[in-house]
Design a binder for this molecule. Sequence first.
Ligand SMILES: Cc1ncc(COP(=O)(O)O)c(C=O)c1O
Length: 388
Amino acid sequence: MGRYDFDTVIGRRSTFASKWDIGENEIAMSMADMEFAAAPEIRQALQKRLDNGIYGYTDVPGVWYEAYQGWWARRHGLQIEKEELIFATGVIPAISTAVRKLTYPAEKVLVLTPIYNIFFNSIVNNGRFPIECRMPVKDGEYNIDWEDLEAKAADPQTSLMLFCNPHNPIGRLWDKETLARIGEICARYHVIVLSDEIHCDVVDPGKKYTPFASASETCARISVTCFAPTKAFNLAGLHTAAVMVKDPFLRHKMWRGLNTDEVAEPGAFAVEGTVAAFTEGEAWLEEMCSYVKENKDRVRQVVAEKIPQVRITPSEGTYLLWMDCSAVTDSEEELGDFIREKTGLVLTKGTLYGKGGEKYLRMNCACPRALLEDGLERFVRGVKLYMG
Ligand SMILES: Cc1ncc(COP(=O)(O)O)c(C=O)c1O
């Protein structure tokens, strides 16, 4: 028995949860937030802030910087200087700022696909072009096509790469060697790397994520990194993140960009939530990661037994499972709609994630076991019905 409760199913429809804006009989295993209450330590800190009664404008205090510095030094072996950190209201706002401030209109931005869909919005909505380097996959194992990456980085119109570490949706923890090689290629062609590390604290027990900026001096010099407590501690609605930039010139540009875009000031609960997560949330996080790992194992086991046609990509990080349905369908759009219509289970469809996402569905496993079993039963039933 752990110290914390991950088993209670909590209704979220009354909170206007985006993920649960679905039919009464439907259940969501889609959008990337969790069905667990935040750690009691975090809730107490937020309660204390709530009880003050005044929710006025808020500064970023010293304890906020220290919380990030302490957590990354202790857990991830990365030393961060205070001046290298900038508050941002979210990772996506920071990425959109980076696109606007670090590239010119009509330039090209590299992404390894399949990748988190909103990266495409940040690129396209700002009038830049996404350039997809599709990752080849063999027996569920994703790789980087280095020649392709180098050729696309060498294009003089390419100025930025949006990188995801760990990688959503495939759940991959990139190793130091791979990170350093990406850094070398990008540095050779003067491409800045934005490393989105929002999922970094959701890892299977015993696994480690490597910060991009720690892989080599080059990686540190050419990168902008986004951190946040929001995925690992289920705080996405607090709108709190950090941008870490080692290079002073790049940092100045990001700092100006975030301020120009007015996304550098915290809401009334952002600081308290972040500080409590990174200073008091470790025990909860460890238990949550073990619970989620058991959930992922359970899905793998049931799917392998009952619908082995669906192949789940091996992963070490995130609470997401990336499911290859190519033996079941030519269109995951159709399969996803069918499962939803017949069983009420809502999953995320792979084509959202760019090239290589076709025929895949993504399942979010960060939920109480009762909900997981319900979703799993619906999934198996839906796929079987679809196969006829
Ligand atoms: C890789 C990745 N980056 C960023 C976000 C969203 O970040 P934020 O809510 O801080 O804008 C998500 C949410 O799913 C994500 O998966």
